[in-house]
Design a protein around this ligand. Structure first.
Ligand code: OFO
Length: 163
């Protein structure tokens, strides 16, 4: 039901999503160490969401009678110069993931794999949301600049994220 090429690409995406989860968890650890508990909480929620993305691919591969093969997850960066730098990196990372999803869609079309193409629609939409969230936060950091009290306020605001 699924070509070897498509299966390999979807397995690679599981790895990319797990790396996303690991990267955001590493950002959470950095924020915890710096006592930015709100930013840390936001990143932990995001990390969980990325794990969920990986599991959606995991389930789909099994649903189409394929085989999930897990690979080593790259070690994430552990230090950033500032909260702003970490969130800007998160934005850049989401643009990269969007590109990965777009490439998967291109492959599904080339392979005449309608089911995979349909399943990927969820991720095309999801990436619009992920990038929009990241841009919004990165812009808030730009507006804040060096204003410490606004930074504390943003930490509190992001800490309220529950899903
Ligand atoms: Fe899975 O969307 Fe972010 O990386």
């Amino acid at each position: 039901m699924i070509s070897d090429k498509m299966q390999k690409a979807l397995n690679d995406q599981i790895n990319a999503e797990l790396f996303s989860s690991y990267l955001y968890l590493s950002m959470a650890a950095y924020f915890e160490a710096e006592n930015w508990s709100g930013f840390a909480a936001w990143m932990k929620v995001q990390s969980g969401e990325e794990y969920g993305h990986a599991m959606k691919f995991f389930k789909y591969i099994n649903d189409v009678d394929g085989k999930v093969t897990l690979a080593a997850i790259e070690k994430p960066k552990a230090e950033w110069k500032s909260p702003q730098e970490a969130f800007e990196e998160a934005h850049k990372h989401e643009l990269f993931i969007t590109d990965c999803i777009n490439k998967l869609v291109t492959l599904a079309i080339q392979e005449n794999d309608y089911a995979t193409n349909l399943m990927l629609n969820y991720f095309v939409n999801e990436q619009v949301e992920e990038v929009a969230n990241a841009v919004q936060i990165a812009n808030k950091f730009k507006h804040i600049g060096d204003n410490k009290s606004s930074l504390f306020f943003l930490d509190r605001e992001l800490g309220m994220r529950v899903k």
